[in-house]
Design a protein around this ligand. Structure first.
Ligand code: TA6
Length: 282
């Protein structure tokens, strides 16, 4: 087992043969592989030079989801567009290997600080076991004032064929449908399938969901500290509109994203908050 930093990417290896890779840029998990099967989708056209958020893997959304009129930050905030510090190995034993990354307010640009003038420290822990990948974020409000933020793990799962895939566990939850300008509705399906553009924020969702990959395999998605779940597939037209995404790549990915985005997470001065997810092959 080990974790090594090469060319701004940390490679984590577990004794089972499972591996994961985390780019320092955005602390973006860009690979999770077990027995030669890659579970995360990264576009073949992803830009990996630090000039743009990585199109794929697990981009970390913070401090805003989408854009906010009063906060002049790019969509989904600055965390996925910043170089994080590598803090090294936290645990390394037969069961798991975990590594940590940090981002502090003084690492932001002047413009970012002006847009979001809070003193904070983020610590992101990535843990690999034989069958699971855990990604947890701790936010520390180092300010003397309260702080509000959104956060989300924008997870791109790799699938063989989107037509065979379903998301299970969201029945009866209210969602905001961004394809319909945010109109809300209640999900009536126990298995959500994708056959057109989907961009939905399911609110106050239970902590256990399952992604059925359609090939006999499932991934359990267990969140903690996160209230909501976003389901997104750009489908044909939106896929064509993204320069860092292949026109046909919508067929081989689905985003199921755990986060707290429907409402602000509010923190008092000096308070810490932790949220994240565990992805497990089942
Ligand atoms: O999480 C879904 C979403 O908010 C979609 O609305 C779409 O914009 C997607 O994120 C990708 O956003 P990005 O800024 O990475 O192109």
């Amino acid at each position: 087992m080990s974790a090594t930093l090469t060319d701004k990417v940390v490679t984590i290896e577990h004794s089972s043969g499972a591996t994961a890779k985390v780019a320092l840029f955005g602390a973006t998990v860009i690979s999770w592989d077990t027995n030669g099967t890659e579970h995360l989708f990264v576009s073949k056209q992803a830009i990996l030079d630090g000039s743009k958020a990585i199109r794929g893997g697990i981009p970390l959304v913070f401090p805003i989801f989408g854009t906010k009129p009063q906060i002049s930050l790019p969509q989904h905030g600055f965390a996925r567009n910043s170089y994080w510090d590598y803090l090294g190995i936290l645990t390394e034993n037969e069961k798991e290997v975990s590594v940590r990354f940090a981002l502090k307010d003084n690492q932001l640009t002047k413009e970012q600080r002006q847009a979001w003038p809070h003193s904070f420290r983020l610590v992101y822990t990535v843990t690999l076991t034989a069958k699971s990948l855990k990604t947890y974020l701790t936010v520390k409000n180092e300010d003397s004032d309260t702080m509000e933020f959104n956060t989300l793990l924008h997870t791109y799962f790799r699938v063989k064929n989107i037509a065979d895939v379903s998301v299970e566990g969201l029945q009866n939850y209210t969602y905001a449908d961004k394809v319909l300008s945010g109109a809300t509705d209640v999900e009536n399906r126990d298995k959500i399938t994708i056959s057109s553009e989907v961009d939905r924020v399911y609110q106050n969702v239970k902590d256990h969901l399952e992604l059925n990959l359609g090939d006999g395999n499932k991934i359990a998605i267990d969140k903690s500290g996160m209230k909501d779940t976003v389901v997104w597939n750009p489908w044909i037209e939106k896929a064509k509109g993204m320069g860092d995404f292949g026109d046909e790549e919508y067929k081989e990915m689905i985003c199921v994203e755990t986060g707290s985005v429907a409402q602000w997470v509010r923190m008092e001065a000096g308070q810490s908050w932790t949220g994240g997810q565990t992805l497990t092959l089942v």
